[in-house]
Write a protein that binds this ligand. Structure first.
Ligand SMILES: Nc1ncnc2c1ncn2[C@@H]1O[C@H](COP(=O)(O)OP(=O)(O)OP(=O)(O)O)[C@@H](O)[C@H]1O
Length: 359
């Protein structure tokens, strides 16, 4: 069946637990954390369709959630709720995304291409093109951790555009290259556009956005503020930036604090209820709306937190493991312990060669 979208994002949220230490994280995992952990909602319900062959720009101030959204679409991180339907292979270019610091540039090319599903023969055929586009000279043989951000971006961009993805996601990767490389990238993006590929372009450069994007989504502190034709959205965003710049230092801080507080206080259940209400209003005859919305919210999501059932199961497995170890150490047989658990705390008795019972 033909589809009218290449990527569908519906009611997508992303929650982060703001743990202070690793042990706090571990205790929360085993549900033995007493202190409540503050939460932060990086995305608070984004719904958006991206059409096949379009270039969609993502704009917004620092920390608004652009990278979170593009990472969810490219499958790097899971969403907390919502549907993300991506119809094709994605390749993401962010500064250093997916590059392994301890491997050389050459090894990274092979690894990333293999991960994109290419065979070794296909990689061998592409290798010269990738190397020549990246143009990083002998650094190719050095570990990527020694690269500058510009070099990482060159390598990442070159790999991503040569593995021939259906969907290209470019997250700020053009902001760190020099002019020559920038032009090469723009030409490559235009080539992709002409081939009818779908592109998501994240950038703070409104000039680049205006030059490359058919439509723009303005992400504003975790919400989708506006989406539509490039010119009017960029105009509105410029007006917001001008307004913000006009505030004094204290007003700016206050505004940012207010927005971040709202992201901490976001109530996912209230949001879900509002989606149910909206859907009921739109289609009053539809049955089981609440159940359907619940399925849309959580049906395609692998929870990062353990459910009560999983927690109980984990504890049972752990206790069983400790018990088996204890039985082993104690010298009693398992059947003996199962029939009389108190024998675990009693000394082992055994029959010696003469047939007498020793304790
Ligand atoms: N792993 C994490 N743990 C906690 N908070 C996170 C994590 N990753 C991102 N965030 C928070 O989520 C919010 C959105 O971050 P994101 O990187 O998506 O923003 P952005 O719009 O891409 O910002 P920028 O323009 O600066 O790149 C930020 O407030 C950030 O601090």
């Amino acid at each position: 069946m033909a589809t009218d979208y290449k990527i569908k994002v519906q009611n997508v949220t992303k929650e982060y637990d703001l743990f202070k230490t690793q042990s706090e994280k571990l205790r929360a995992f085993f549900a033995i954390n007493q202190k409540p952990v503050p939460h932060f909602w990086s995305l608070m319900g984004i719904s958006l369709d991206i059409k096949p062959g379009e270039t969609l720009g993502l704009i917004g101030v620092n920390g608004s959630g652009k990278s979170t959204l593009s990472n969810i679409i490219s499958g790097i991180i899971p969403q907390t709720t919502g549907v993300v339907d991506v119809r094709g292979d994605t390749s993401i270019i962010a500064i250093g995304a997916g590059l392994r610091g301890n491997l050389s540039g050459l090894e990274n090319i092979r690894l990333k291409a293999l991960m994109q599903g290419l065979t070794n023969e296909e990689i061998d055929q592409l290798m010269d093109d990738i190397v020549s586009f990246a143009d990083i000279g002998d650094f190719l043989y050095q570990p990527v951790k020694s690269y500058s951000s510009g070099m990482k971006s060159r390598l990442g961009f070159s790999i991503a555009v040569h593995v021939n993805p259906d969907i290209l996601i470019i997250d700020e990767a053009l902001s760190v290259g020099d002019d020559t490389f920038y032009q090469k990238c723009v030409d490559k993006i235009s080539e992709f556009k002409a081939e009818g590929k779908t592109i998501i372009f994240v950038s703070h450069s409104l000039k680049q956005i205006e030059m490359l994007c058919d439509r723009v989504a303005w992400i504003h502190y975790g919400t989708l503020k506006e989406v539509g034709e490039t010119a009017p959205i960029v105009k509105d965003y410029r007006a917001f930036v001008k307004w913000f710049k006009g505030l004094d230092k204290k007003q700016k801080k206050q505004f940012q604090r207010k927005m971040k507080e709202a992201q901490k206080a976001f109530d996912i259940d209230a949001y879900q209820a509002s989606v149910v209400e909206e859907r009921q209003k739109q289609s009053p005859d539809e049955k089981n709306v609440a159940a359907k919305v619940k399925k849309d919210f959580y049906g395609s999501v692998i929870s990062e937190k353990m459910s009560l059932r999983s927690r109980i199961l984990t504890w049972v497995v752990l206790l069983a493991f400790v018990m088996v170890c204890w039985v082993n150490i104690s010298g009693h047989s398992l059947t003996e312990v199962l029939s009389d658990p108190t024998s675990l705390v009693q000394p082992t008795s055994h029959v010696d060669k003469t047939g007498s019972l020793n304790k």
